[in-house]
Design a protein around this ligand. Structure first.
Ligand code: AMP
Ligand code: ZN
Length: 116
């Protein structure tokens, strides 16, 4: 499994940096965003290091399905019944700051469209 020892989210996945964990299995980790942009804001990551969603090869595409399934489960558990948003930022213009692919799960407020 690819790992980058200088990557923040690899270090969180390895337990070297603490997080408020919401879900974990052999492939996926979910934790609270440190700077929430909504009343509920979780990050769902693969434990394997891929810098961006564009780096996930087709044979690892199952990871995206697993990330979305975990997000849906967290949304159910946290009663985000009136709506939630799933976001993957890719590259700088989209606002990506951490180069370990992650899915944002945001809920608990109304979101605008188009996004800013
Ligand atoms: P992005 O801009 O899509 O790359 O999102 C990166 C997200 O990671 C931001 O929402 C940050 O608030 C969040 N973040 C950065 N450092 C941490 C950390 N140590 N623990 C939890 N979330 C973090
Ligand atoms: Zn990483």
């Amino acid at each position: 499994m690819n790992r980058d020892t200088s990557c923040l989210f690899c270090r969180i996945a390895a337990g070297e940096i603490p997080c408020r964990k919401l879900f974990e299995d052999e492939l996926i980790l979910a934790f609270e965003d440190i700077k929430p942009q909504a009343p509920f804001h979780a990050l769902i990551i693969p434990k394997e290091h891929f810098p961006t969603v564009a780096d996930i090869p087709v044979e690892s595409g199952i990871l995206i399905g697993r990330m979305v399934s975990v997000a849906n489960q967290l949304a159910r558990e946290n009663r985000l019944d009136s709506g939630y948003r799933l976001v993957i930022n890719c590259y700088a213009d989209a606002g990506q700051e951490v180069y370990h692919v992650h899915l944002h799960l945001l809920g608990g407020r109304k979101f605008h469209w188009p996004p800013g």
